[in-house]
Design a protein around this ligand. Structure first.
Ligand code: 3SL
Length: 236
C-alpha cells in the first residue's frame, strides 16, 4: 500500500523529500483554485514562475501575465489571482505565466517529485480518481502563507486524506490532523475558510465571490500536471 504524508508548509519540505513521490500542491486561496479554473476553461498552459521579472519576460513573449503580491494584482500584469477571471473561456487558447506569493513557490519547492499535480476543492473528485489508481507514495504540499501553515490548505489536505485513507497508509500526524480539520468542517467549507488568517487578510479586497468559488467542490473535471515546468491538463 503506498504511503501518504502531508507537508503543512513549504518550509517543512526538507522533512518530506518529494523525490520519487507524487506530489499534490494546494493553495486554496487562491493560486491552485486559479490554475484548475484556468485550465478547465481552455487555457493552453500555465508556466509557474517565482519572480515578477520572470513573468514580465514571458509577457513580452506573448504570454498572459497573471499573479499577485499580498493578494493584489501586480502593476503591468494582465490578471491578478482571481479564478473568476478565467471563466467563460475568457483566456482559452492562451499561455499564462503566473507568479504568486506562496502557490508557485510551493510548486518549485516540490521539484524532484515523480509527478506534480494541482489540487483544489474545485477538482477534488477528479484528483481522488487520479490518485486512486497511481502507486507512488503521495505527498500533499500545502502552500501556506509566507512559511506558516494555513487553515484552508490544511482543510483541503484533510479532504484528500479522508477520501484516500482506505487505499493509502500513513504515519503522518499532519495527515491525521488535516483529516480531523476536514471532517469537523466538511458541512460548511466556506465557513471554515472564513476562519483562516488569509481570509481575514483578503476580505477587504471585496472578493467575496472568490471565497465562495474556491469553496466549491467538483466544479471541474480536470487534474493539472506539471510537465517540463509547465502546467497542462493531465490526460490520464
Ligand atoms: O499566495 C498565493 O500563492 C496566493 O494564492 C495568495 S492570494 O490569495 O492571491 O492572496
Amino acid at each position: 500500500m503506498p504511503a501518504l504524508e502531508v507537508c503543512l508548509t513549504p518550509e517543512l519540505i526538507h522533512l518530506h523529500p518529494p523525490v520519487g513521490k507524487t506530489v499534490v500542491v494546494t493553495d486554496i486561496l487562491r493560486a491552485t483554485s486559479c490554475m484548475v479554473t484556468a485550465l478547465a476553461n481552455g487555457v493552453e498552459s500555465i508556466t509557474p514562475v517565482a519572480s515578477v521579472e520572470e513573468c514580465q519576460v514571458l509577457q513580452h513573449k506573448g504570454y498572459i501575465a497573471a499573479g499577485e503580491r499580498n493578494g493584489v494584482q501586480i502593476d503591468g500584469f494582465d490578471l491578478g489571482n482571481s479564478p473568476l477571471s478565467y471563466l467563460n473561456e475568457a483566456y482559452s487558447g492562451k499561455k499564462v505565466a503566473m507568479t504568486t506569493t506562496n502557490g508557485t513557490l510551493a510548486i518549485s519547492r516540490s521539484s524532484g517529485a515523480n509527478t506534480i499535480l494541482i489540487g483544489a476543492f474545485l477538482n477534488l473528485s477528479s484528483l481522488i480518481d487520479h490518485l486512486s489508481i497511481q502507486t507512488d507514495d503521495l505527498l500533499i504540499v500545502c502552500a501556506g502563507w509566507k512559511g506558516k501553515a494555513s487553515f484552508e490548505d490544511t482543510l483541503f489536505a484533510g479532504a484528500l486524506v479522508s477520501k484516500l485513507f482506505p487505499i493509502y497508509d500513513t504515519d503522518s500526524d499532519a495527515a491525521v490532523m488535516a483529516r480531523e480539520v476536514y471532517e469537523m468542517n466538511q458541512g460548511n467549507l466556506l465557513g471554515a475558510i472564513q476562519k483562516s488568517s488569509h481570509y481575514k487578510r483578503l476580505k477587504d479586497l471585496n472578493i467575496d465571490d472568490d471565497f465562495e468559488f474556491c469553496a466549491t467542490i467538483d466544479k471541474f473535471e480536470i487534474v493539472p500536471v506539471l510537465e517540463k515546468g509547465v502546467l497542462v491538463p493531465s490526460h490520464r
